[in-house]
Design a protein around this ligand. Structure first.
Ligand SMILES: C[S@@+](CC[C@H](N)C(=O)[O-])C[C@H]1O[C@@H](n2cnc3c(N)ncnc32)[C@H](O)[C@@H]1O
Length: 241
């Protein structure tokens, strides 16, 4: 999938405090607070860096998070924030596409609140938030990479059953999750996104009400000894209609 920059230098920085705060909460409780040792973490799409900085400050995380952010304005904001908080030993943000820049080490934990807006076209308010025709493209590419553990924010309106089925085909189990309603905001209501969401709802690929969708922080791992919470997660993500 290509990421043409429609507005030239006019980059918008992702702005959804409700979603970013929840991502930060999931990072803290599902990832950072559970680590016993220093662990390297890699992040797809750091935005302005606030979620990771905030989670690191509230936890006892001893490793290094290496984030990748393709939006130059956002990555610069993230780097300024990291420096202002004195967290250079814990968090670095590299400007560029994750798919071009990130070197792969399977033992790193991959974290992301990825672009997941479904639309037939990437000509939307912020093309960098486009998740392909059904919103699942980036999830599938991240799953394909083969990290041992991922913590992905999965949206109930981005074909979650397809995303989970790809994860199961790649032998991941759902090790844990947290879920919360999110307000359907301006990104979702933009015409090309909203039209596609209505089609997907009819097709049983998107689950949302007139006001909310669900966002789940999901830990996917390859440890077969862990009981999978797949059925519970599937039931929850498809519950809101
Ligand atoms: C939903 S936003 C989340 C931002 C931030 N993590 C937060 O929760 O506030 C997704 C982010 O992914 C970035 N992004 C999109 N494609 C990317 C790519 N190929 N490599 C790195 N970042 C990318 C976008 O610019 C955007 O900042």
């Amino acid at each position: 999938m290509e990421y043409p920059i429609v507005n030239g230098l006019d980059f918008n920085v992702f702005n959804s405090p409700e979603e970013s705060i929840y991502y930060s909460h999931c990072l803290r409780y599902l990832v950072f607070d559970r680590l016993n040792a220093a662990q390297n973490v890699v992040e797809f799409g750091s935005g302005d860096g606030v979620p990771v900085v905030s989670a690191i400050k509230k936890s006892n995380f001893q490793g290094l998070v290496t984030g990748f952010e393709v939006n130059p304005v956002a990555s610069e904001k993230a780097r300024d924030l990291i420096a202002a908080c004195g967290l250079q030993d814990r968090y670095e943000v590299i400007h560029g596409s994750f798919f071009d820049e990130a070197s792969f080490r399977s033992e790193d934990i991959l974290i992301s609140d990825p672009p997941f807006l479904p639309a037939k076209t990437n000509r939307i308010m912020d093309p960098l938030l486009w998740g392909g025709n059904d919103g699942s493209d980036i999830y599938l590419r991240l799953i394909e990479r083969g990290y041992d553990t991922l913590m992905l924010m999965i949206a109930s309106y981005s074909n979650p059953l397809k995303i989970l089925s790809a994860a199961f085909d790649s032998e991941y189990v759902v090790q844990d999750f947290l879920v919360s309603p999110m307000t359907i905001g301006e990104y979702s209501r933009e015409k090309p996104v909203w039209e596609r969401l209505m089609e997907m709802k009819h097709a049983g690929e998107a689950f949302y009400s007139s006001t909310h969708f669900l966002l789940a922080g999901v830990v996917l791992g390859r440890n077969p000894a862990r009981a999978s919470m797949a059925e519970a997660l599937t039931n929850v993500l498809t519950a809101i209609r």
